[in-house]
Write a protein that binds this ligand. Structure first.
Ligand SMILES: Nc1ncnc2c1ncn2[C@@H]1O[C@H](COP(=O)(O)OP(=O)(O)OP(=O)(O)O)[C@@H](O)[C@H]1O
Length: 314
């Protein structure tokens, strides 16, 4: 049996209020090395406040934040910040300095100098696909390129834990895909990523573990499969037959939890969408010819709706 690795980041009972408004309440989660944690919630849910507290930009009213080895801001502020990389929501670049100089400035803030700084800069510029534009000014970049440069700046000191606060805001689809590829590479390199977004498709694509926040509280947390199973119901397969089957012909089919039949249209509720192939084979065996079919999988939007009664994006 493998022992569970020590988390790269643990957050316990985090709380922050601004006057009478509670922005974050009882937020707890942990992230393992090589894992992407998606912090998903609508605007104003408390995602940025949570990220700000982890980075030491905002002081929590209560709670604990620890990195691997129990490192905290209080025990060793410099060591703690060395291990964290932040890609904030708002762009913070020197528009009239070359892209490479922007990255070097961030590196020197962390005490990296000389040949090491040069090497790290080249590595992160290559990672985000900007090597050939390293000498150009960000003022000449597209929104997506600026975001990628931003990520490079956050990575130059080789942090273990990377916080990305809505890093695709204002980014075209191509750059968004490039950013996702970069994040996959970081994950494969064993980094722990916390990714805040109000785009459920992004959380669905990237996140190993999803923490859904609403009004400052965690309303659900788990792998996507766990969240779907607990809150979003089972996948459906709709089948249109060439001819209306006998009702009895649809009994005892494999992988089916229940079904309805209306003339030549049947709706099958499955244990798992992977059961579709066995179901279709069994229908063929029974001589039932399929004209068309459509499947629907639950989404994180369904989970959010089930938990809050609202859409993620109102
Ligand atoms: N400095 C501040 N002063 C007062 N209220 C604040 C401050 N920062 C955040 N808030 C409030 O705290 C709540 C959570 O805000 P936060 O920015 O953390 O949400 P979010 O989930 O990151 O939203 P978004 O996706 O819009 O960035 C909101 O009600 C917000 O108005």
């Amino acid at each position: 049996m493998h022992a569970t690795p020590e988390p790269a980041l643990q957050v316990q009972g985090l709380r922050k209020a601004y006057g009478s408004r509670t922005a974050v309440e009882s937020v707890s989660f942990q992230v393992q090395p090589g894992q992407v944690l998606g912090l998903l919630g609508p605007n104003g849910a408390g995602k940025s406040t949570t990220v700000g507290m982890i980075c030491g930009l905002t002081t929590p009213d209560a709670g604990e934040i620890r990195l691997r080895g129990g490192l905290s801001l209080a025990s060793d502020e410099r060591g703690y910040k060395q291990r964290l990389g932040l890609v904030p929501q708002d762009l913070a670049l020197y528009e009239e300095l070359p892209a490479r100089t922007n990255v070097q400035l961030f590196g020197s803030l962390y005490g990296i100098t000389g040949a090491e700084l040069h090497k790290r800069c080249e590595q992160v510029m290559a990672l985000v696909g900007l090597s050939d534009r390293a000498g150009d000014k960000p003022s000449t970049f597209s929104g997506g390129m600026k975001r990628r440069l931003h990520i490079a700046c956050a990575l130059v000191h080789d942090p273990e834990v990377i916080l990305l606060d809505e890093p695709t805001a204002g980014v075209d689809p191509q750059s968004r895909n490039a950013i996702f590829d970069n994040l996959e590479q970081l994950k494969a390199a064993g980094k722990a990523l916390i990714y805040t977004t109000h785009y459920m498709e992004e959380a669905e694509r990237l996140a190993d573990h999803v923490v859904i926040v609403d009004h400052g509280r965690v309303v659900a947390s788990g792998t996507q499969a766990e969240l779907y199973a607990a809150h979003a119901g089972e996948p459906q397969l709709s089948v249109q037959f060439q001819a209306a089957p006998e009702a009895a012909a649809l009994h005892g089919l494999p992988g089916v939890l229940r079904h309805t039949l209306d003339a030549s249209s049947a709706e099958f509720t499955l244990h798992h969408l992977d059961a579709s192939a066995a179901l279709l084979a069994a229908l063929a065996e029974r001589g039932l010819h399929v004209r068309s079919l459509a499947s629907s999988q639950p989404s994180l939007e369904d989970v959010f709706l089930a938990l809050t009664g609202r859409q993620l994006r109102d």
